[in-house]
Design a protein around this ligand. Structure first.
Ligand code: SF4
Length: 244
């Protein structure tokens, strides 16, 4: 791919965020001839699937300027609570102050922000990068909170896959002969954290149970804690709505 007229022409210090998933891997291959001038950042929360770790290692081997950022999501959860897709009022700071919470829970985006998004962006910013390339696509969510060309804290975002579909990404990687982690035989988007107790739509349970029973046991135990924590509020909601 030629960089002629691309955002890469306007920047000296360039970052690419690589999770090891299909989209960021596609970015790495798309920009392969530019990798000698790109810092490729990977954030490891300490809870990657083993096959995702292998995918990251393959990316690392391609990238002369590979930067690994490590956080510890298990420790963070131990302090702040399990992430959940349904947060009862008891887990709001006010509910906590009132002693209403039994199992500490946090909203999924609070956990992702603190363990994934912020540490990576902070490092990119601290390293003086002014362009951040990400594999985000318009089809990934109904509305992108930040998009291609936006600038925050002096860092411009560049989404080369903005208008791609998932099928195009898979086809592009197949064309390049890229070996994707086995998890992609089961899901369209790979999980960021194997034992995450939120992001229920990812459908991790079947996969973990089959290929990683020990991880599944921990994952399932976390889900049971979340179920127990949200059940009282759900029961009240159903009763109030007259749902039997
Ligand atoms: S994927 Fe789950 S465990 Fe990992 S940072 Fe996000 S909410 Fe937290």
């Amino acid at each position: 791919m030629s960089s002629l007229g691309s955002p890469l022409d306007r920047h000296e210090k360039i970052a690419l965020s690589a999770s090891g998933g299909k989209d960021s891997t596609a970015c790495v291959y798309l920009l392969r001839d530019q990798l000698d001038r790109i810092n490729v950042y990977h954030l490891d929360t300490g809870d990657l699937l083993p096959e995702m770790r292998e995918s990251v290692a393959r990316i690392e081997a391609m990238c002369p300027h590979f930067v690994r950022i490590e956080t510890n999501v298990a420790d963070w959860i131990g302090v702040h609570g399990l992430p959940t897709d349904l947060l009862p009022y008891t887990s709001h700071p006010v509910g906590r102050r009132m002693g209403q919470e039994k199992t500490p829970l946090v909203a999924r985006y609070d956990c992702c922000w603190n363990n994934l998004m912020l540490p990576l962006f902070q490092r990119v910013h601290d390293d003086g990068c002014t362009l951040l390339i990400r594999g985000t696509k318009a089809v990934d969510m109904p509305r992108l909170p930040a998009t291609d060309g936006d600038t925050a804290y002096g860092v411009e975002l560049y989404y080369p896959l903005l208008d791609w579909t998932n099928e195009q990404v898979f086809a592009f990687l197949a064309l390049k002969g890229v070996k994707l982690p086995r998890v992609y035989n089961y899901v369209v988007n790979s999980p960021e954290c194997a034992r995450c107790s939120a992001w229920w739509g990812e459908g991790r349970s079947t996969y973990l149970k089959k290929y990683h029973p020990e991880l599944w046991a921990e994952y399932d135990a976390r889900l049971q804690l979340v179920i127990d924590a949200v059940a009282p509020s759900l029961a009240l909601l159903r009763h109030e709505a007259g749902v039997t």
